[in-house]
Design a protein around this ligand. Sequence first.
Ligand code: LP5
Ligand code: MN
Length: 255
Amino acid sequence: MKKLGETSDLTLFISDLHLCASRPHITAAFLQFLQNTASQSNALYILGDLFEYWAGDDDVADTHHQTIISAFLTLADAGVSVYFMHGNRDFLISEIFCNVANITLLPDPTLITLHGKKVLLSHGDDLCTDDEAYQQFRVQVRNSAWQAEFLSQPLQARKHQIETIRLRSEQEKSLKSAEIMDVNQAAVEGLLKAYDYPELLIHGHTHRPNQHHIHLDGHNITRWVLGDWYEQGSYLVCDQHGCKSVALNKTASKI
Ligand code: LP5
Ligand code: MN
């Protein structure tokens, strides 16, 4: 057990928790994970879709959101650095929320160095270039003028619009092939080249947890895909010896 002030060489990566008040067992599993596992680490990276959706920072007063913020503050008190990257569900989380929760907002992608290795982090939706309808939608909602107009509406009106988009998204996803909704290999390779062949690429979004070995221009690269927390929570843990994926105990966390 790590004592206060002690450092750890464990770094954890999670994504796609999709936390919301209507799935309290997942929130409970996440809080348990922060308390029992993340508290023993040096840093926790959350690579997007922490929340089912984020309608704007004025939703911060919500009791469910307050519970999550308190847990982050407790983790910061234990000396753990928490980093957050936007996903396609919670890209409206602002720097202000991150300051309140004592977490650091990272751009997508972000290159870090871990035990001397270059590690590239991304949510992963940007790599799904075959999903043209989604990419068009993404351009629209990531536009700052569009966001300012959206955020100028009352919170309830925004939530209502998000529900409409979610229904439309679910309908359209049911008509898309699994291949279209996966990352595009050329997009992955382009990103790896642009970042000068990092040893690791870690991302989420596709909900297809796996470890892919890529041989590119004479470089051996591992692409780790993080799992979602719909059925069972999981995380990637890395130390000086390497990385491994760990599934949380289904029964204990009641997922
Ligand atoms: O999230 P996931 O994995 O289920 O699906 C994604 C893509 N869908 C989305 C939409 C989100 O799931 C729901 C909305 C998030 C809330 C964001 C808050 C702020 C924005 C507010 C917007 C009003 O990201 C899905 C991909 C899938 O990943 C796999 O990669 O396929 O993409 C879609 O299904 C998108 C559709 O193909 C196109 C949707 C067009 C909707 C156009 C309506 C525009 C009108 C906007 C004004 C109200
Ligand atoms: Mn996502």
